[in-house]
Design a protein around this ligand. Structure first.
Ligand SMILES: [Zn+2]
Ligand SMILES: [Zn+2]
Length: 346
């Protein structure tokens, strides 16, 4: 089969590799559409992703729509022919975290298209991929392949908004207007947050946020930022979702959140450790909480899109064939006018 194989930094090749065979409990999927994620871009740019250094060339990709084509021995799951999206994080299912509904914290998780394990696990920028049957979530017939491939990043945003507790009626700020920030904006709004503000240093991204329903946008480097924030939120925002991964954005969040407010960290910070104003956290009783991947939110994510409660169609910017994967990767780095770039495989 054809696959987009990462050999090292900036070295992405369309190669022929063997079709994987589904083992017990696994299914073979024929891939339709795959989205390029920030982590794929990170692997492409640096050859690794933080502490995850691949020990061999591997296939990227974990946001996708596919058809079930066959099943391994002793497998119960979706029927052959079912069109599905996939939770790419395969938790063990047996540990305390998994049993208590926090499988995203499972230490034995195997992530598709990732070097978080050794050897790395091949992902979905390929004609076929195998996953455990229970990672599959059937898609409604009228949902497009492009939207199916948006369920994974949407699940990240949905999980983050749930981590904040109820956002209904709350003044929300999202820092960072990349795909996850925009999805968080859309999700918080759908869950009743008002007003919803997005901040980003890139003007094009602020414009996109307004088009997608932000009530206001902020340039975090603006001289009169404090004044603008006072107008929008009085004493500060009730909830801030930090989706940029930029240390200055996180630091600023502590100044922009109101006493008793909540900061949810979604973005991966480039630096290992970042100095934080712990006295502010203490004296103003700020809640600072993490949000990692997703809990078991995929079916809810599908329902929210299926019923039109959230509209993710405007986020799919461009679609390329697999042969043009390297060009598509380059395109994904454009910040001004591109949100999500996807690859059509079949
Ligand atoms: Zn992703
Ligand atoms: Zn587990």
């Amino acid at each position: 089969m054809r696959a987009g194989v990462l050999h090292g930094a900036k070295d992405l090749r369309i190669s022929r590799i063997d079709i994987p065979q589904p083992g017990p409990g696994m299914v073979l999927l024929r891939v339709r559409r795959v989205g390029i994620c920030g982590s794929d871009m990170h692997y492409f740019e640096h050859g690794c992703c933080g502490a995850f250094v691949p020990t061999r060339p591997f296939v990227l990709g974990h946001e996708f729509t596919a058809d079930v084509v066959s099943a391994g021995p002793d497998t119960s799951g979706p029927a052959i022919g079912t069109r599905v999206t996939v939770n790419p994080a395969r938790a063990c299912g047996f540990c305390d975290y998994c049993k208590s509904g926090r499988g995203n914290l499972c230490r034995k998780t195997i992530m598709l298209g990732s070097a978080s394990t050794t050897p790395p696990t091949d992902g979905a920028f390929a004609e076929f991929v195998t996953v455990r049957a229970d990672q599959c979530h059937a898609l409604p017939p009228h949902m497009s392949d492009g939207l199916g491939a948006m369920m994974e990043p949407f699940a990240v945003a949905l999980h983050a908004v749930k981590r904040a507790g109820s956002v209904a009626g709350k003044r929300v700020l999202v820092t960072g207007g990349g795909p996850i920030g925009l999805l968080t904006l859309i999700t918080a709004r759908a869950f009743g947050a008002t007003p919803v503000t997005l901040s980003d240093v890139v003007a094009g991204r602020r414009e996109t946020a307004l088009k997608l329903g932000a009530d206001a946008v902020l340039d975090p480097t603006a001289k009169n930022l404090a004044e603008q924030v006072r107008e929008l939120s009085g004493d500060g925002f009730d909830v801030i979702f930090e989706a940029s991964g930029a240390p200055p954005a996180l630091r600023q969040a502590f100044d922009l959140v109101r006493p008793g407010g909540t900061i949810v960290q979604i973005g991966t910070l480039g630096a290992d450790d970042v100095p934080l104003p712990a006295n502010q956290l203490m004296a103003r009783e700020i809640q600072f909480i993490g949000s990692f991947r997703y809990g078991n939110v995929f079916d809810e994510a599908i329902r929210l899109v299926e019923t039109g409660r959230v509209d993710l169609e405007p986020l799919v910017s461009e679609v390329f064939p697999l042969e043009e994967f390297p060009q598509a990767m380059q395109r994904a780095f454009a910040k001004d006018d591109v949100i999500k770039v996807q690859i059509q495989i079949h």
